[in-house]
Ligand binder design. Structure first.
Ligand SMILES: O=c1[nH]cc([C@@H]2O[C@H](COP(=O)(O)OP(=O)(O)OP(=O)(O)O)[C@@H](O)[C@H]2O)c(=O)[nH]1
Length: 593
């Protein structure tokens, strides 16, 4: 029996575990995976000082272990594996990386350091996909998982009894949580198997991304996984739709005959504006809202309701069917599940507001992308005839309908990302939070839902707060309150945790420092800042394009993890942690030291 369907995708492939760890073998065997074991000869001697974080060290070691086996096998074993899996588990405490103890004294040093404290266990995992054509190409996917473990106070007797059992010697941090070492542990936050040596759940999610969700790949050919690495959960789900759409788009065409040397991929890019305009237009003309209220209309009825020509409406509906946004049966139309979930305006996960914002604001700005690239500045003046000295006051908030459209857009994104951000970290120790620029309160409500003891103040400009009640959920929560003010000028509400969701990316470093200084001054040690931003590190297609979006639209920019850490460190924040939420936004927590 295979519980996780993605494991079955690997049957018939030569899967190799590049590890001598009996625990990794057992975890993967128990999951139903069939594989060979070829322990890596890579010596774990990378210079730890060269890595920005312990997890990067673990990931790099895992990569080197897997690559060594992938490269060795064709020569020494005379066969090329399809997939090689490597892993490396480390323990971090007091800024130190602990690996396997070299002797009993080393085990003693490690365990006495862990006694009575919480530590992190990181397992870095690397998956190497080998493609053999004329030569072998290696494609690499890597990730890590963090689990927090708290040890009880260990007496000297206990320590030595445990060390003399022999168990610590081949285990990261000098303990085996799955055996006697389990008795030393008070609590575990996160994936237990990650501590044992292999984060099975995260691994299966990555396999799912590689084999099930990649739109431009099929079972036979696996295309660039990099493009989709770390993209949002929602986008992943829709890749399946996009893939079947691509199949339809090109049905009956032979690449070579019809498109010459232009690949399908390039052709999709070139024709992308037509796809976008079909979506924008159907959304703006209310097609999805209409068919949600009245499914099963024909083109003439839709045309009458949306006040359009029948010929034009037929064309638009046909395009939406081809995109998988509408279904048609005997010339009657209704929304697909995708449209029902995301495209009509009253759906709980509606992206309608964001689609309108993209159509009315981003699209005109992007049509001046060349100027944005040449000048390195936003394009409001060219696109809308108005200079944006203050992005928000001069562009979005000086006109009621533009303001409402912008708030709708922010609300759409916050609703689909809010839960992932609110649950990315254990925030149970923070009782009061302040969401700076929290707009409609969508993230604040997710935070109070996830953290029953937390109350959240949403702090935003008076013109935003006055309209926020239009967006309150039907079951309002008196733990969420709204305060009007300008975070650059006014005193900030007191809180243990300050949230900045898609705020810093709007501003250049000078302004970010003004805001972070105010937050730093308002915080006492132990308070924290939670950022929700798209980090540039992964260079996914989404994050790279968001970078361009910020260029054309704002004075700010998308930044990398270390750029955010640097900015925050200047205002006394450290101990930074990042969670890739697999949604549009990554979550970043930094604590006031
Ligand atoms: O609670 C537990 N913590 C850790 C382990 C085991 O510790 C080792 C970690 O070492 P490493 O990642 O370097 O892996 P190796 O065993 O050296 O095998 P490779 O050939 O892959 O380098 C790992 O075996 C964990 O399973 C444990 O058992 N319990």
């Amino acid at each position: 029996m295979v519980l996780n369907p993605v494991i079955s995708k690997l049957s018939g492939k030569l899967v190799v575990l590049a590890s001598a760890s009996p625990r990794r073998l057992e975890i993967l065997r128990n999951a139903g995976l069939r594989f060979e074991v070829v322990p890596s000869w890579f010596k774990e001697t990378l210079d730890k000082r060269l890595f920005k974080s312990p997890q990067e060290y673990a990931v790099e070691t895992a990569k080197q272990k897997a690559l060594e086996v992938a490269r060795r096998m064709p020569f020494k074993h005379l066969k090329t594996p399809d997939i090689v899996i490597g892993a490396d588990t480390i323990v971090t405490v007091d800024g130190l990386i602990l690996e396997k103890p070299v002797d009993k004294d080393d085990a003693y040093r490690m365990l006495s350091r862990l006694s009575g404290k919480e530590h992190s266990v990181f397992t870095g995992v690397a998956i190497v996909l080998c493609h053999e054509k004329e030569k072998i190409d290696y494609q690499l996917i890597d990730f890590y998982e963090e689990t927090k473990v708290k040890f009880a106070d260990l007496s000297e007797d206990m320590l030595w009894e445990y060390i003399n059992s022999g168990e610590p010697m081949d285990k990261a941090g000098g303990y085996g949580i799955q055996a006697l070492g389990g008795m030393l542990v008070e609590f575990v936050h996160g994936d237990f198997l990650n501590v044992v040596g292999f984060p099975l759940n995260h691994f299966c999610k990555q396999l799912d991304l590689i084999y099930n969700r990649c739109p431009f790949s099929s079972d036979e050919e696996s295309a660039s996984v990099e493009l989709h690495h770390n993209t949002s959960e929602m986008l992943k789900q829709e890749f399946g739709v996009l893939r079947s759409w691509l199949k339809k788009y090109f049905r009956g065409y032979s690449t070579v005959k019809t498109l010459g040397y232009i690949s399908h991929f390039v052709f999709v890019f070139i024709t992308f504006p037509t796809l976008l305009q079909a979506l924008f237009t159907a959304s703006k003309m209310g097609v999805f809202d209409l068919l949600q209220r009245k499914p099963g209309l024909d083109a003439a009825q839709v045309a009458q309701e949306i006040k359009a020509a029948v010929k034009g409406t037929e064309g638009l509906l046909g395009a939406c069917v081809s995109l998988g946004l509408l279904q048609s049966k005997e010339k009657f139309y209704k929304n697909t599940d995708l449209a029902t979930r995301y495209l009509w305006s009253d759906s709980p996960f509606s992206l309608h507001g964001y689609i309108q914002h993209c159509n009315e604001t981003l699209w005109p700005l992007f049509s001046h992308l060349e100027s944005a690239v040449r000048e390195g500045t936003n394009q409001h003046e060219r696109a809308f005839g108005k200079k944006a000295n203050d992005l928000f006051q001069d562009t979005y908030y000086n006109n009621q309908s533009v303001k409402l459209r912008f708030m709708n857009a922010m609300h759409s994104i916050a609703k689909v990302t809010g839960k992932a951000v609110a649950t990315a970290f254990d925030l149970s120790s923070y009782k009061t939070a302040c969401d700076l620029g929290g707009c409609t309160g969508a993230i604040a409500y997710e935070l109070t839902k996830a953290h029953p003891e937390m109350s959240v103040t949403v702090f935003d400009l008076p013109e935003v707060v006055e309209m926020s009640e239009h967006f309150h959920p039907s079951h309002t929560d008196n733990r969420v309150s709204f305060v009007a003010g300008d975070f650059f000028k006014d005193e900030l509400p007191k809180a243990d945790l300050y949230i900045l969701a898609r705020i810093l990316h709007d501003w250049p470093d000078e302004k970010v420092h003004i805001l972070l200084k105010k937050i730093g001054d308002a915080c006492t040690p132990g308070c924290a800042v939670l950022l929700a931003e798209t980090m540039l590190d992964g260079q996914t297609a989404y994050s790279a394009l968001q970078g361009l979006n910020m260029l054309a639209q704002t004075e700010g920019m998308e930044r990398t993890e270390s750029q955010y850490a640097d900015l925050l460190s200047k205002h006394g924040f450290g101990d930074t942690r990042v969670v890739r939420t697999m949604n549009f936004l990554d979550a970043f927590l930094a604590v006031k030291m």
